[in-house]
Design a protein around this ligand. Sequence first.
Ligand SMILES: [Zn+2]
Length: 210
Amino acid sequence: MQNVLILSPHTDDAELGAGGTISRLIEEGKNLFWVVFSTAEESLPEHMAPDTLKMEFIEVINHFNIKQSNFKIFDFKVRYLHLKRQEILEELIKIRKDFKPDLVIGPSLKDHHQDHQVIAQEAVRAFKNSASIIGYEIPWNHITFDTQLFIKLDKRHLDRKHEILQKYQSQIKLNRTYFSKDYSYGLATVRGTQCNSQYAEAFEVIRWQF
Ligand SMILES: [Zn+2]
């Protein structure tokens, strides 16, 4: 497994669901391509610049030293991704042809956020014959979640996750509790306990091939 595609409906989703795993994959020298579909301009309070979340994501990209050619930011309108299904599918197919991912990390099929559902479903359509697909855990969006894959992490991966989450000052100011250290380390401790590791992140296995 060398080419890993990261799918983020909005700028912070992959960091929250798979930030420790992304840190580990980068450390292991995997070739990443990271796609964000909406910078959620309409979700920000009026006093914040519309490109705030986009700039915060760029800070994450810079923190990891990810090259310009290894990420892409789309500007689809937040909460309306369902109106752009076909366009999104076509973009994913283009990425399949150009980047040829072995592994796709995106939202879970059990995520109930309307935009997350679109990306999870279109990812299945685009990669159902060509790549392994796993869904990350965003507990406040799920009623149930299948913890089928555990990716073991060390403290340094969690520390890195915490550092990148700190880039989202706009969300921290809005008191989103899942940006706290307690949340990241707490959930990773629970998932680690399930696989004899200090820390871990859990994933739903949507499709697996190797
Ligand atoms: Zn989201």
